[in-house]
Write a protein that binds this ligand. Structure first.
Ligand SMILES: Cc1ncc(COP(=O)(O)O)c(C=O)c1O
Length: 391
């Protein structure tokens, strides 16, 4: 029986991520292909906009080619320039910092909280100077940062807040959708995100003062959006901009994913809770730490499920063990302040103890909507085997 079980288990090959594609995605993409309109801002993009408005109360939603380009747009809109400082976590994807650095501004890295890996709101005020222009927060793992505290600090010091909500599509903070709380929010619809269009994202413009210019920057610096709405009779060069809008083919793919929002969310949450409850015994025995359920008013969108090993050596061993069982896992960001480029641009190294120690221990387990119960069980059993514990 044991041997038979092993043979069955050997058949598993579990990727870290796999986009969920059904006949709906295929049908919409084909419709887009034959719609005689392949460029951006056609019927599928409009449907995506309406869906965000109606389902999530997200207004002023501009579909972009990626979250990176939405972040770039936000930095252009804030007029970030040399001499400005922007506070952000070091524990983030390069795009958050690139947006700042590409405008010539200086990133000021803040440490994160142990329980969420989100920016530690209590440390922000200590980093504010007369040069601080904005705070870029990152909702790690889809858990929204302490936005009440952050918005109060920003208001007090008259600085802007941009939410990097790349991972937080479908999460809420005290009833508000992630990305709708700061002056602007940025979403990702990259293949690795909960709702995917291959490469794609969105800029959400919450501060009305940025809206008109945001549309112009997205349309190569022209007022073409106003022209398409019939508000003007020709469109012209108005500002420095670029091409930030994605094709209708990708918008069609995204629409199909969003129409399956509830199904995809339910499946991911089910996997998240299975990992959480079934690995709890290892946490109780002090062998591992588990990602926590949010307690600050944020909901969970099950973007990822991560565990924290004892140290980097144990994490490396766990990765190899799971790889030997055909399970792909992934660690996450190498903190930006420790990266070669940061060493070139930072005048002094920040002291970020939580970022340094926790990033080295964090390991993400396979998480995607089509992961089966049997596969989740296999991952959990394999982790128990690694720690030589019975379930
Ligand atoms: C926090 C964060 N910001 C931005 C991005 C960039 O997203 P995109 O690939 O859509 O440009 C990512 C990608 O993983 C991310 O995790």
């Amino acid at each position: 029986m044991g041997q038979c079980y092993n043979l069955i288990m050997k058949k598993f090959s579990i990727p870290f991520n796999k986009p969920s594609i059904t006949n709906k995605e295929k049908k919409y993409v084909l419709q887009a292909l034959y719609s005689n309109k392949l460029c951006g801002d056609g019927a599928f993009t409009k449907k995506v906009n309406n869906l965000f408005k109606e389902k999530f109360n997200v207004n002023n939603f501009l579909l972009t080619t990626s979250c990176s380009s939405a972040l770039d747009m936000s930095a252009i809109l804030l007029d970030l320039k040399k001499g400005d400082e922007v506070i952000l976590p070091s524990y983030t994807f390069v795009s958050t910092a690139n947006a700042v650095v590409l405008r010539g501004a200086t990133p000021v890295f803040c440490d994160v909280e142990k329980d969420t890996m989100n920016i530690n709101a209590n440390l922000i005020e200590g980093l504010i100077t007369s040069k601080t222009k904005a705070i870029y927060v990152v909702h790690y793992a889809g858990v929204v940062c302490d936005m009440d505290k952050i918005m109060a600090i920003a208001k007090k010091h008259n600085i802007y807040v941009v939410e990097d909500a790349a991972q937080a599509v479908g999460s809420y903070y005290k009833g508000k959708a992630a990305g709708t709380i700061g002056d602007m929010g940025c979403y990702s619809f990259h293949e690795t995100k909960n709702y995917a269009m291959g490469e794609g994202g969105a800029l959400i413009v919450n501060n009305p003062k940025f809206l008109e210019r945001a549309e112009i920057i997205r349309e190569k610096g022209t007022n073409r959006s106003q022209f398409l709405r019939g508000q003007i009779d020709k469109y012209t060069w108005q500002d420095a901009g670029s091409s930030f809008l994605p094709s209708e083919i990708l918008a069609a793919l995204l629409l199909a994913q969003l129409e399956r929002f509830d199904e995809i969310m339910a499946k991911r949450l089910n996997i998240w809770h299975t990992y959480h409850t079934q690995l709890k015994k290892l946490e109780d025995k002090g062998l591992i730490e588990l990602e926590k359920e949010p307690v600050n008013g944020s909901t969970l969108n099950a973007h990822m499920f991560y565990v924290l090993a004892k140290d980097i050596e144990e994490r490396t061993q766990l990765i190899s063990y799971l790889k030997s069982k055909n399970i792909s896992t992934a660690f996450h960001y190498v903190p930006l302040h420790s990266a070669p480029f940061a060493k070139r641009i930072l005048k002094e190294m920040p002291d970020l103890p939580v970022t340094d120690s926790y990033s080295a221990r964090l390991l993400r387990l396979p998480m995607f909507a089509d992961l089966t119960n049997k596969e989740v069980e296999y991952v959990i059993n394999s982790i128990y085997e690694f720690y030589k514990e019975n379930r």
